[in-house]
Design a protein. Sequence first.
Length: 839
Amino acid sequence: MPSSFALQPLAQFTRGIDDALKVAVRNDWITDIPPVVFLGKEVSLAADQTPVRDQQDRGTCWAFAGIAALEAAYKRKLGVSLDLSEQYLFHICKAHESDFGNTSLMGFQGSSDIIKHMERMRVPEESDAPYMTQSAMLTGIPAAAALNAAASPTQEQRDDFEFSPLHIPFAARGNAKYGVKSSGVLSNFSIADLENVIRAGHEVVVNVTTGGGGHVLLLVGFNSTLQYFIAKNSWGGTDLIHIAYANDPSFTINMGLAHYIIDVIDPVVDRRAGFVGQWDMDHDGWRGRLTLRRFTDLRAANDTFDAGSATKLGSYYLSGAKHDVTGWFADAGQTAHLHIADIGEGGQDFTLSVYSGDVALAAGDTAWQAIPFGAQIRRTPIDAAAPESFDRTHWLGTWELNHDGWRGVLTVDGMDAATGAAALSYRRSTGEVRPVQGAARPGQLHVLDFTIDFGPDNSAQPFTLIHHTREHGLASGFTTWAGRRFGAVAAKTADKPVWRSFELAPVGSSSAIPNSASVSRIPNSMETWWVGPQGSIEGAFWYDGGQWTRYQLAPAGSAAAASGIAAVSRIPTSMELWWIGPQGTIEGAFWYEGGAWTRYQLSGPGSADLGSGIAVASRIPNSMELWWAGPDGSVEAAFWYEGGQWTRYQLAPGGSAGRGTEFAVVSRIPTSMELWWVGGSGSVEAAFWYDGGQWTRYQIAPAGSAAVGGGVAVVSRIPTSMELWWVGGSGSVEAAFWYDGGQWTRYQIAPQGAALPSSGIAAVSRKPETMELWFAGADQSLQGAFWYDGGQWARYTLEGANQADNPFAVTAVSRVPGSMELWLAGSGGSIRDSFFYEL
């Protein structure tokens, strides 16, 4: 006989039998004696028994008896000799109970009703969860030692042990497929009743007392002549034992309750078992801990396969708070419908599907205020994701998609901001590319619905992926196939270079007739300025690793409402800024590293048209040149050389420039400058200067070619070339290019009606082989166009209708070759920032 602790304390044992009997009576589980199959005075089912096993130093007798009965039933029905896991069966029954003292480490608290439990709980094979002795668990499982040492164990300490993969490997939860289809229950029975059940071909699990304690074993036969039962015990050895009908020296059968197996199921995995255990949970960036301790209520008459049978399943932990979790199951147990109490408004519902071949992952969705959000749970820590507020452009790029273990690459090439229409493709793990159709939901662009054509037998498998709105590059959701739901997760592997935007200054920050300027004096810094609503000069700066910081350079009343503004950084440690004052003065300010902004007046009252643009160039580090329109339409200028004063001159007489004209200037080589503006009749005028010569004027485009007051922009991407753009008189975007040795050649970027006539234009050449251009569309959208060497100009919409102000101002810099940054006058006088980083 083993050590005494392998027996259940008698009082506890008797109470457990009484409780099991009450449940059996309440749920009408008591059965009639089955019809006799075997006749005679001795009946033995020994031929169906698997080898005798040893529970050793643990009180696990009822699990051994139940497994012995199950193995025999399968051998009899299917002719297979199984070795099933007592370790798992003992654990899963313990985990389903809430008494802190009732753990797999403590043992006991079980009876013959284990047979009834196996109608709800399936078990895996021994190889999936090998049996461990008490001493092996205490030395090999840290959580077991901690639990054993705790004077008053908490539920969480119990969980850490029960659900440790060192105790029950994850594979066991995914392979639990052997179970009882139907069973019989005997209550207040006789010796003859036991004989008749065995005659009918069923072993009987009975409760016995021995040595002052309780025990459970399996009756597998009897001899009515010699008055003994043949039994399979779990105390080692190789032989079956005999137990006398009466006055047996070792065992006394409790005649109040016994159980037997009538039939077993065909081996099919119970997917619900895959949910049991501890999980890391991420729903839309909210990271918590989910512990599911059970998947059924053993005391209830019905199982948990419909909403009406929902029961408490476990706990959820978030930010130190513990919440009850109830639920039920669908899709043959593969999908759990969970309700987490006390989060959200009256709790929050989740639908999660465990992966068929990987019980370490489940995914699905939840909803809050009728908005869908993605959710996933993993048995290992979920990879960290950068916090980020969702924008539709976050979809763009390549994603590793894993739906129920099937892996491939989903590519999102584009997504319409209004309709959600998406450009999608899918590549299987084999490399085969399959067609995809889909779109994000309008108004809920974080939800992407699509179908993948996997072939003739599955040409439109539906998916719903939900981008986590608080995290970058993580999506969760589901797919359906053959009427069942399966989990799907996606992790972004590469971002597609896309424009992103944010509001730098809120509505009401800019003048009603906006203008702006920007510079990048060093690669890791940017500065931008604009005219405020009361004529102030507002500024903002950014340094790599920091945030945008706003400041006021000049107070209200310093600038004309429609003033142009221009900036230059002639050396990395200096910046200069100019604007037009309310009296038509030319105001300036300069900054040198280590100092503060210093203001000065370059030209007195009446010097400038109050709505004139301003242009500046620094062709060499120790020189600056400035141009603007005079009140009579002249083109005025001033230059500065280090060590000298500002010197003014007139480049073109009165009537040469249109009211409110913009200017564009470039110095393609240190010994040359080129200037363009719009004439009063809508012509495009120009002038050039070469070192040692005079300014020479010419006309690029005749009267009516340009919108008076519209934008003009220029770049020189290489020293031997210049490109010019302007807004046409009918809302087109016109262009002209020049290459050394040739003539100016005109072309059109966008047709009539494409642009807002009052639109400004900004352009950059971030690399010698590329040019980029931006303007406001007629619908006050932000339009872009780009050109790469060897290709054609391509247009795109950067921001949708009514996002740009009217009139519209935009300024741009490219501080490094892989980056572009725009500042634009948004609707309502806001200042918006749009940026692009090349991967």
